[in-house]
Design a protein around this ligand. Structure first.
Ligand code: ADP
Length: 373
């Protein structure tokens, strides 16, 4: 049964609102299964970093401006007793889009349903989510840029007028039924806001872009999470992990967990600088936080494309990796670190990347070996 939670201003919910994952809905529109743990979150969540996810807005580190604006939106929503306007969160993976999307309904004391766009292959897959959305509740759609056009068009009237148009039968017998929905909020997350169609983008009244985190913010996250994991970590080791986390909390959490495992297996469990150095070296994460895939990208650009300019597709084909993976997961950090440039003619290597990889273009051995310049 769908539990509806009415938003009351300045009132804490009696219990934590439960997020629900609706199984890919059939045309029957069966209600979503509620799979919640005592803590209020699904036990079968595939994201292993769920236990480290901030639960309230005050626990969210960094993204100061976005958080400040969200506070105002939430405050206004509570005072007006209306649903929050649809919100689009964009930014590279692991920066906190899902985190904010789960924090917001908690702050409002409303339920959240979670869906992933690639699983919504037809309007009938989306329908149960829409009909089950109670007043003021949140429907989170991850990777919203991957909604098929038919599903996206089905969503437009739902977002604008809280109604869906369902066509029954075909040909001469076809008729359209307008189904009224409860006013609700869609929070969309995307790593590619540029791939969103203009009509979909325009239906989001609120948009927030999440950016990479600075060193201090990552140190705070790592130190807090080490406590949550009941691990001892020195401030120097926390800083070292932060430095190698590519400005991304999810990476920081992963490196922290790995360093903890390493320290437990090879030491007394304390994460010291020496332990984390050895752990990260074994993981092949270098002092800038580059992983094997990042270095392969740079080496391909240098070795195969003589430093560029080279197109994304060409680099991706040479590396045998999907262009989406490169564009979402590899390039944002390389661009931000000034290791590559994006020019109208393609991607180009920078002097900083050559220095980092210890390649000297003036050395004939290096330039011959790598066919540089
Ligand atoms: P995204 O949805 O953007 O891929 P997530 O929200 O899943 O990223 O974040 C990954 C993990 O990083 C979370 O589980 C959480 O532990 C951590 N995290 C993300 N943003 C923050 C933040 N602002 N403060 C503290 N931890 C964060």
């Amino acid at each position: 049964m769908v539990r509806q939670t009415i938003i009351r201003p300045e009132e804490e919910p009696e219990e934590e609102p439960r997020p629900r994952r609706t199984p890919r809905g059939g045309a029957g529109g069966e209600p979503p299964a509620i799979t919640a743990t005592g803590a209020g979150f699904p036990a079968d969540d595939p994201e292993s970093d769920d236990e480290l996810r901030p639960k309230r807005l005050t626990d969210v580190v960094g993204q100061r401006k976005a958080v400040e604006r969200l506070r105002i939106m939430l405050d206004a929503t509570r005072k007006r007793k209306e649903p929050l306007g649809h919100l689009l969160l964009d930014g590279p993976p692991g920066l906190g889009k899902t985190t904010l999307a789960t924090v917001i309904p908690r702050e409002l004391g409303v339920e959240i349903q979670m869906a992933s766009a690639p699983a919504l292959t037809a309007p009938k897959d989306l329908l149960p989510y829409l009909t089950n959305a109670g007043h003021g509740t949140v429907l989170f759609i991850d990777e919203i840029h991957r909604l098929p056009p038919a599903v996206e068009e089905f969503l437009y009237p739902a977002m604008e007028d809280f109604r869906v148009d369902i066509t029954l039968g075909d040909g001469l017998n076809a008729r359209t039924i307008n189904l009224k929905l409860q006013p609700f909020t869609i929070i969309g997350a995307t790593t590619r806001s540029g791939m969103l169609t203009a009509p979909l983008r325009d239906r989001f009244v609120n948009r927030e872009h999440l950016d990479f985190y600075d060193l201090d913010e990552l140190v705070t996250i790592i130190t807090r999470n080490a406590k949550k994991l009941r691990s001892e970590i020195t401030p120097e080791a926390a800083t070292e992990i932060a430095r190698r986390s590519r400005g991304t909390p999810r990476k920081a959490n992963n490196l922290l967990r790995w360093s903890r495992d390493y320290a437990t297996s090879r030491g007394d469990g304390r994460i010291t600088t020496e332990m984390c150095d050895r752990a990260l070296e074994m993981l092949e994460v270098d002092n800038l936080g580059l992983e094997r895939q990042d270095r392969r990208y740079l080496e391909t650009l240098i070795g195969v494309f003589t430093g560029g300019p080279a197109g994304l597709q060409a680099i991706a084909h040479t590396m045998n990796v999907s262009p989406d993976t490169l564009e979402d997961e590899v390039e944002p950090y390389l661009l931000r670190s000034g290791l590559i440039q994006r020019t109208p003619r393609g991607r180009m290597i920078t002097a900083a990347a050559l220095t980092h990889l210890k390649i000297d273009p003036s050395d004939p051995r290096d330039s011959q070996q790598r066919k540089l310049f």
